[in-house]
Design a protein around this ligand. Structure first.
Ligand code: SAH
Length: 291
């Protein structure tokens, strides 16, 4: 089925039914990751309208807060994500403060708004809350010296974050199938706090079909996929180290962020973290013709 570009242009937590939102917002409060800021962050699926629908005074306050948003600095963006429990650890806060998101979004874009943005080639940079969520989910597998793979690395933002976390003794590998985006991501990283790691080779950005992983530096402690796969590509599971973790959105119209842990005996355990909407993990041709 052909999806319009406005449908595929977003990477955020997905809230399918407008009329269910007030209920979802209520239950979201119980989960540390699912705080109000999470839902305000989708752009097309505007939660401001959902707030209006709830008639709840708390949400009206949030609406005013967002309307007069003071989030205009990278640190402010991070603090906001911390305040609402999306960022839970000092390490993730530090790395997101250190890698300035403004260096990775197209010129003139509102860099610190919690929203995904078009980066060309029918791709997007994910919303900050999704980057933060994935960093939190992978934090234990991004210790100094570990190996991390970022499939669908796009702007290079998350690969740069991984590189800072695994440090010069580790490996952070980005694989992206649009050569122009790889070239752009290299330029972005060169302006960022991860520039030296790129220069020294512990961070590398490659053109390739990420569904094949990147065998050269396997096995990986952490694998992140930034595009939704109809099903989990076997090479990614094969390239996961025992004790390693894969975070991948799975699905088509309806997608779930899956957390796949490889156990020491090689078996895998899988759970769903949340509903999301990502662009598809697909062939270059399909992506360039609009899926
Ligand atoms: N995580 C990145 C980009 C997210 S958009 C960021 O936040 O900047 C998803 C990316 O996956 C796009 O850049 C798209 O080109 C890429 N992609 C889709 N299918 C792919 C595949 N088979 N192999 C490699 N990259 C792929």
């Amino acid at each position: 089925m052909k999806m319009s570009s406005s449908v595929v242009a977003y990477t955020f937590r997905h809230f399918p039914q407008l009329h269910n939102r007030s209920l979802q917002l209520f239950s979201l409060h119980r989960h540390p990751f699912r705080q109000p800021c999470t839902v305000t962050s989708s752009s097309s699926c505007s939660l401001l309208s959902a707030f209006s629908l709830t008639g709840n005074s708390f949400f009206r306050k949030m609406e005013r807060y967002w309307a007069g948003s003071s989030i205009n600095k990278n640190k402010g963006m991070v603090e906001h994500l911390q305040r609402y429990g999306v960022i839970q650890s000092k390490k993730v806060a530090e790395v997101m403060e250190t890698i300035d998101r403004a260096l990775f979004v197209p010129d003139g874009s509102p860099a610190y708004e919690d929203s995904p943005m078009q980066i060309g080639f029918n791709a997007t940079i994910s919303a900050p809350h999704m980057h933060a969520t994935c960093l939190q989910l992978l934090e234990k597998n991004l210790q100094p010296g570990m190996h991390a793979l970022d499939v669908g690395s796009g702007t290079g933002y998350l690969t740069a974050c991984f590189a800072l976390m695994v440090g010069p003794q580790g490996r952070a590998i980005g694989v992206e199938h649009i050569p122009e985006l790889v070239a752009l991501s290299v330029k972005n990283v060169e302006k960022s706090a991860a520039a030296q790691l790129l220069k020294d080779g512990s961070l590398a950005l490659h053109v390739g079909d990420g569904r094949e992983g990147w065998p050269e530096f396997a096995p990986y402690d952490a694998i992140h996929v930034g595009a939704a796969a109809p099903e989990i590509p076997q090479p990614l599971i094969d390239q996961l180290k025992p004790g390693g973790r894969l975070v991948i959105p799975v699905g088509n119209m309806f997608q779930e962020l899956k957390v796949v842990d490889k156990n020491e005996d090689g078996s895998v355990t899988m759970r769903s973290e949340t509903s999301v909407r990502y662009v598809p993990l697909t062939s270059r041709e399909a992506q360039l013709r609009g899926y």
